[in-house]
Design a protein around this ligand. Sequence first.
Ligand SMILES: C[S@@+](CC[C@H](N)C(=O)[O-])C[C@H]1O[C@@H](n2cnc3c(N)ncnc32)[C@H](O)[C@@H]1O
Length: 276
Amino acid sequence: MISLPLRGDAEEIDADEAKMLLIGDNGINGESSSPLRDGAPEIQQYNIRSIESTVVIRQLTSQGLSFQLWPAASTFVTLLDNYRRDPSNNPLTATLSSLKSSPLNILELGSGTGIVGIAAAITLSANVTVTDLPHVLDNLNYNAAANAEVVAKFGGKVHVAPLRWGEADDVQVLGRNVDLILGSDVVYHDHLYEPLLKTLRLMMTTTLQLEGKRLIFLMAHLRRWKKESVFFKKARKLFDVDIIHSDVPQEGSRIGVVVYRFVTKQSSQNGRIVSC
Ligand SMILES: C[S@@+](CC[C@H](N)C(=O)[O-])C[C@H]1O[C@@H](n2cnc3c(N)ncnc32)[C@H](O)[C@@H]1O
């Protein structure tokens, strides 16, 4: 397991992005193919137990944080897998059962390697759009293609598209007909809080204006810095925010991955969208 210590409330240390709490050498229930020389692609295989099939994910760890697997993604995949096996006792059930569309249309923000979106497409038999910055899309396409067969076998679809947080044009293209938004480990650098919130706000407005729905955003998050409370404070002006799941912290850590549900506030739904 490669990990940095979690920061305490009082301390914040500069993170070496490439080493910021990675999932670990063996991934989620998974096996890494033999460790490769620095910079070489690393293929991880994940066993999705509910479907007795394997998902294959390529990491390019030397290329930065968008090309690596993150702890919050691991939590999300485990919850999705468990949901498919037994939805009767799962933190996702209340949210998923409130969504009436079939198949579900899901948009993932900051998908990175795409593991969460791909797992969601399989386990929920959903149409999932995985998104990220333009330079990340080649690897996302690679991973989507590598898993297309298993995704299709379980009735899902994965579409890859650019979505830059804070860009209204990108939301215009992708923001319609979305039932659920997912994100894992998308709150980390403070200069990204505003763009991410702007995208959520634009999604909310698009969804509300066009479809009359309350936007739901499920976000898995591992807290690293005290300053992240700023993101949550701003988000609470727009959304009702609940914790639906907390992982037991890993050994040596005080904090585990937490899954939040953001739902558009009723006041925002009634047209009084507050700026944050
Ligand atoms: C810590 S990684 C998490 C990746 C993935 N969700 C996971 O959990 O494995 C954060 C992701 O957010 C993406 N990201 C950062 N800034 C972004 C922006 N302005 N617009 C879109 N995506 C962004 C990064 O490219 C990266 O893939």
